[in-house]
Design a protein around this ligand. Structure first.
Ligand SMILES: C[S@@+](CC[C@H](N)C(=O)[O-])C[C@H]1O[C@@H](n2cnc3c(N)ncnc32)[C@H](O)[C@@H]1O
Length: 191
């Protein structure tokens, strides 16, 4: 992968190797810049896409972060590195087997300020745990989920693929600023 990310994102990628978040059959491909299967029709996302999303998210030490679509636990662990022990990261995942496996992968990184929880069917994110400073979504939404936007705190940032386009939304007072960052393919966000 060509390195062109912020120093903080590069340091997180170095500190939290992808290998620990792949099944044994995919570990030899860890350096390949493409999505890799993690079972249950889901993937560990393409590293350059993860890095681009983390750059857009700009998670900082002390932030409270929601990671929707935790999957293998890799993004949750990367976010935990970015926010550090004064921060908090809550991953949420809809496939029960991935909740267990992703949580075990995350635990091996020894960052107890991060955890992965099961998604509640019909609900996106963790509305009872908001507001969040940052929200990362690693599955593609057909439309912007407004109930997830409601979980953003003041000046909060949401990075989410919507209808194949990467969006960065930032709460500004009562409004929301939106910027667009190219087209990406993702597994679907399922409510
Ligand atoms: C690209 S994959 C995993 C990416 C993950 N961040 C990683 O690093 O491995 C996206 C994940 O989103 C999950 N997902 C889809 N809809 C969801 C929802 N509404 N809530 C939580 N997770 C969801 C899928 O089950 C899948 O594991």
């Amino acid at each position: 992968m060509t390195r062109r990310w912020s120093a903080q994102v590069e340091a997180a990628l170095d500190a939290v190797p992808r290998t620990g978040f792949l099944p044994p059959s995919a570990q030899r491909s860890a350096d390949a810049d493409r999505p890799l299967p993690i079972g249950h029709d889901q993937t560990n996302s393409q590293p350059s896409t993860v890095a681009a999303m983390l750059d857009l998210l700009d998670a900082r030490p002390g932030h409270r972060v929601l990671d929707v679509g935790a999957g293998s636990g890799w993004t949750t662990a990367l976010l935990a590195h970015l926010v550090g022990p004064t921060g908090r990261v809550l991953g949420v995942e809809r496939v029960p087997e991935l909740v267990v496996w992703g949580a075990a992968n995350l635990a091996a990184t020894h960052q107890p300020w991060a955890e992965i929880r099961p998604a509640t069917p019909g609900t996106i994110g963790l509305p009872d745990e908001g507001p969040f400073d940052r929200i990362l979504v690693s599955a593609g939404a057909a439309q912007l989920p407004t109930d997830l936007v409601d979980q953003l705190g003041p000046d909060g940032v949401l990075v989410i693929p919507v209808a194949g386009e990467m969006l960065r939304l930032q709460r500004r007072g009562v409004g929301l600023g939106t910027t667009r960052h190219g087209r990406y393919a993702f597994v679907p966000l399922i409510r």
